[in-house]
Design a protein around this ligand. Structure first.
Ligand code: ADP
Length: 530
């Protein structure tokens, strides 16, 4: 019988604002914070990417003796450091310089040029986590994320056994340290929750690689990581966890069908039918993404954070205009006006530039538009051909389009959210999407693909049943479909009537925080230790 601490450990590859490549970082940074605020004992485990981690946000308190793991014949030493992130989030850092002291999280260009040894790197995160549990005490729950956290469930099972912890007696309050006297924790290993942030990335490697990451041979089976003759980290993570979640209700449905299931739809459908797959909408950190206090932007919103209505439009207009002026002076774009003397609408893009995001088709839509009535600010990195196409667009439309590709730029992303009138996200699939939530918080009207979390968060102006539209949902995210949506929004913007004004304030009035979803996670953690 193991000794347990009444803790929940989040394990993942990113944690904003320490280190972030995409939405996973946002969630690892914000959900633990909300749970801690609710009084729960939470810890976050991430690799110590010494070179890129934002040291301002870490306070290291203790260094533990080194551990060791053999990958094939090769022994690797690693260290454990504990402390706090952002002042009060308990943190465990897995230190292994060969694997983690690099320029990027997954590889350059937003991970498109992935490091060849990523499987080894994230196997190291898993072994480091199990080792940290031995040093610090075993948590009741481990919540691991995405393919990079997919090896964690196997390592925990081989380290502590298959027998899951359960609370013998009333469990309520246990994560707040309030276990009733009559209750005790029984079992060997923590309960394991696994979240799929994006099924498009599964960590697929040759099956031979399996033997090099310190796993028992029994996990080389279709009941774990083997998938049609390959090693599939995400599949093993799903198979070996006690509950699986994904990041929006619509995506939870979509991934049980072949079109969005990326070969795992059968597994996921079974899981859903068993009640072990849940779609829980992500939130954003409303304190961090707050136009009233955001330090990255030049002009803060002069309204109290809260509900907005049409009477607030004037301030939102000022907010947009002043931030647009500041952004344009930084990126050397002239402010252009259209037919009726109104400043042209600014379209913003902050995105990984991969096929799934639909930015390639968005660029085609603009190329076909001869003299389009917009200005555009694109920040993104990813596939070389999309980056080049985006840069070419800004060469052709020098005074209308600004493009910055190839690197992550937190400060510029805030400036674009604050300045843009229309935020474009024509994704082909989108598990949840955080950029549209952030953009809405900054008063952007959204043009988005009608899929996954975009479907769940953008209220469509074309749907007569929708009361407070915040944008437009694009059914066909090809260049024509995207051009149609942009045209619809342009017409509303330029006529400057109540319809546009309503779109802006409705959008800003949607608050996608964590409160509701954090409660759902909390009850799910209780469910898996009962
Ligand atoms: P995904 O996780 O698929 O990349 P999300 O919309 O869930 O998409 O999250 C994207 C997050 O990454 C947002 O916070 C967005 O602002 C940020 N982001 C994406 N690309 C960049 C970039 N080049 N520079 C700064 N932030 C970026």
């Amino acid at each position: 019988m193991s000794e347990f601490n009444n803790e929940i450990w989040f394990v993942g590859a990113e944690m904003s604002p320490l280190v972030k490549a995409g939405g996973l970082g946002d969630v690892m940074g914000s959900l633990p914070k909300v749970l801690l605020k609710a009084g729960m004992n939470v810890r976050v485990v991430i690799p110590y990417y010494k070179n890129i981690i934002s040291k301002n946000f870490i306070d290291i308190k203790r260094v533990y003796p080194a551990g060791q793991v053999n990958f094939g014949e090769i022994p690797f030493e690693f260290g454990i450091k504990t402390g706090f992130a952002m002042g009060d989030i308990p943190l465990v850092l897995i230190e292994q310089n060969h694997f983690f002291n690099r320029e990027d999280v997954y590889g350059s260009h937003g991970g498109v040029c992935a490091y060849k040894d990523n499987l080894w790197r994230y196997a190291m995160l898993a072994h480091g986590t199990a080792y940290a549990m031995r040093a610090l005490g075993i948590p009741l729950v481990v919540h691991t994320h995405d393919w990079s956290g997919g090896i964690v469930p196997a390592v925990i099972r081989q380290a502590f056994g298959d027998k899951k912890v359960y609370i013998n007696g009333p469990a309520e309050g246990i994560f707040n340290g309030k276990l009733s006297r009559s209750a005790s924790a029984k079992g060997l290993r923590p309960a394991i929750a696994f979240t799929i942030h994006n099924l498009g990335y599964q960590g697929v490697y040759g099956i031979d690689d399996f033997y090099d990451i310190g796993l028992d041979f029994r996990y080389n089976s279709s009941a774990a990581y083997e998938h049609f003759g390959t090693f599939n980290s995400l599949k093993g993570g799903i198979k070996l966890s006690d509950i699986v979640t994904t990041v929006s209700p619509t995506y939870a449905d979509e991934i049980t069908a072949p079109e969005f299931g990326f070969g795992l739809d059968g597994e996921l459908k079974n899981l859903r039918d068993d009640g072990r797959l849940k779609g829980i909408l992500n939130g954003i950190d409303l304190d961090y993404w707050n136009p009233a206090v955001d330090r990255f932007i030049s002009y803060n919103l002069n309204l109290k954070a809260g509900r907005y209505s049409l009477k607030d439009y004037g301030e939102w207009e000022k907010f947009k205009f002043n931030n647009k002026k500041a952004l344009f002076s930084q990126i050397s774009l002239p402010l252009k006006t259209g037919k009726n003397g109104k400043v042209l609408p600014l379209i913003g893009v902050v995105s990984r530039l991969t096929e799934e995001k639909g930015i390639n088709e968005f660029l085609d839509a603009l190329f076909n538009w001869n003299d389009f009535p917009f200005q555009v600010a694109i920040l993104g990195s990813g596939k070389d051909y999309i980056e080049r196409k985006a840069n070419y667009l800004s060469e052709i439309f020098k005074d209308k389009v600004f493009t910055q590709t190839g690197k992550y730029d937190e400060a510029l992303s805030h400036k674009i959210y604050a300045a843009a009138d229309i935020f474009v996200m024509p994704s082909k699939f989108e598990p949840c999407g955080l950029s549209q939530m952030i953009a809405m918080r900054y008063g952007c009207v959204i043009a988005a693909g009608d899929t996954g979390g975009l479907h769940d968060t953008v209220s469509d102006i074309m749907d007569s049943g929708v009361k407070n539209p915040s944008g437009i949902l694009i059914k066909h995210t090809n260049p024509d479909g995207i051009a149609w949506a942009l045209n619809e929004l342009y017409n509303r913007y330029i006529s400057d009537g109540a319809e546009w004004r309503n779109l802006v304030v409705n959008s800003a009035d949607k608050h996608f925080g964590w409160d509701d979803s954090a409660k759902v996670y909390e009850s799910l953690y209780y469910d898996i230790i009962k």
